[in-house]
Design a protein around this ligand. Structure first.
Ligand SMILES: Cc1cc2nc3c(=O)[nH]c(=O)nc-3n(C[C@H](O)[C@H](O)[C@H](O)COP(=O)(O)OP(=O)(O)OC[C@H]3O[C@@H](n4cnc5c(N)ncnc54)[C@H](O)[C@@H]3O)c2cc1C
Length: 336
């Protein structure tokens, strides 16, 4: 089911955006087609700005408007709704992926593909981004999520970000203002778009950083599902649970949930913290599985696992997926 596009306001908004950003605006775009998880109805309006100025202009146009608005990178941490999105999805992707290196400073636009940035900085004789090499997202999304691996977050290397605020004004935030913490940043609570990122790295021999990256990628290929669409780790690690039980994947596996299926969504048999789309999975399938996993692990261990993955409602609320999942799962359990 998709949100019915075509209200007069949406038509007028699409026209305005198309006039101001020629060839960058599309109507009724299938989120299932463009998203990582291959799930989601249609976005009423989809914008792929080709410049920083164009992205800032979209922010200015959307300021104070009632239509929902969402900024996406590669959606590798986002679950779109089966009912789609009733407003504007703006993608900061490959159109905004220029980068340059000056000494140990790296400057990059936010749409760059993270593994590409990691390789390019290694080629430039710099180390620090090796841990991001297998993460399939954009730099903007990585910074907003403070993503990383090997117990690291990209925020440790970020010195400054250039953003556009709600009214389209450009402004800079330094590392402290970004408030990086485990898989989060203060950017998540502000209506801003990240457009450029400045990073400070360390000199490192290319061979050394390449060897580390290769080891990381090999390890990920062995542990994580590669072929079926997914959104990476579903649940966040919790330090107390980690100490007493282990990481979420182990807790899920020990609860006997590996391979559990709901519709087209399956708990990966390779790594239980991954939910894969085995074909035709819906958002409701994924949310049901998340609700079931969370409740089963809670009953068995006493720990409540929160989601890293976030669910975007058709009207623009973005929340950790376990919050939406609880509504779906318990509604079904109660009515059974
Ligand atoms: C197979 C797989 C493996 C993964 N492994 C890891 C891992 O090891 N470590 C890890 O941390 N994550 C991992 N992830 C999750 C995900 O890749 C990261 O969170 C990633 O950095 C998100 O980037 P994205 O561009 O896809 O963001 P999206 O999912 O598109 O967006 C994530 C959030 O950032 C916001 N956002 C995106 N771009 C911008 C922007 N330019 N300006 C403002 N807001 C923005 C969105 O609104 C949303 O709130 C994995 C995902 C997959 C599919």
């Amino acid at each position: 089911m998709s949100v019915k596009p075509g209200s007069q306001e949406i038509d007028r908004l699409a026209e305005l955006l198309s006039t101001e950003l020629p060839n960058q605006v599309s109507r009724n775009v299938s989120l299932a087609t463009i998203s990582r998880w291959k799930i989601g109805g249609n976005a009423a309006i989809y914008v792929e700005p080709t410049s920083v100025a164009a992205a800032a202009r979209v922010m200015a146009i959307m300021a104070g408007r009632p239509e929902p608005f969402f900024v996406m990178g590669d959606s590798s941490n986002t679950l779109f709704d089966d009912a789609g999105f009733a407003g504007v999805v703006m993608r900061i992707g490959r159109n905004l992926s220029a980068m340059r290196v000056e000494g140990t400073r790296v400057w990059s636009q936010a749409g760059i593909w993270v593994p590409k940035l990691a390789l390019a900085t290694s080629d430039a004789g710099l180390g620090g981004l090796e841990h991001t090499t297998g993460i399939p997202g954009t730099l903007g999304g990585l910074v907003v999520m403070n993503g990383g691996s090997q117990r690291k977050g990209v925020g440790a290397s970020v010195t400054e970000v250039l953003c556009a605020d709600e009214s389209g004004e450009l402004f800079r935030m330094d590392q402290r203002q970004c408030g990086f913490a485990y898989r989060t940043s203060s950017l998540q609570s502000r209506r801003v778009v990240v457009l450029e990122v400045e990073l400070e790295l360390k000199p490192r021999l290319r061979n050394e950083s390449r060897a580390e990256m290769l080891a990381i990628v090999r390890d990920r290929r062995r542990k994580f599902p590669q072929k079926l669409p997914n959104c990476g780790s579903t649940f966040l690690s919790n330090p107390s649970m980690y100490e007493h039980i282990g990481p979420p994947g182990l807790a899920i596996e020990q609860s006997g949930l590996k391979g559990l299926r709901k519709g087209g969504a399956v708990v990966s048999t390779l790594h239980a913290n991954f939910i894969v789309n085995d074909g035709g999975a819906t958002c409701v399938d994924v949310l049901w599985l998340i609700g079931h996993i969370r409740e089963t692990v809670r009953q068995r261990t006493g720990y409540e696992m929160d989601c890293e993955v976030r669910h975007l409602s058709p009207t623009g609320e973005l929340r950790a997926a376990h919050i939406s999942a609880q509504q779906i799962y318990f509604r079904e359990v109660e009515s059974a």
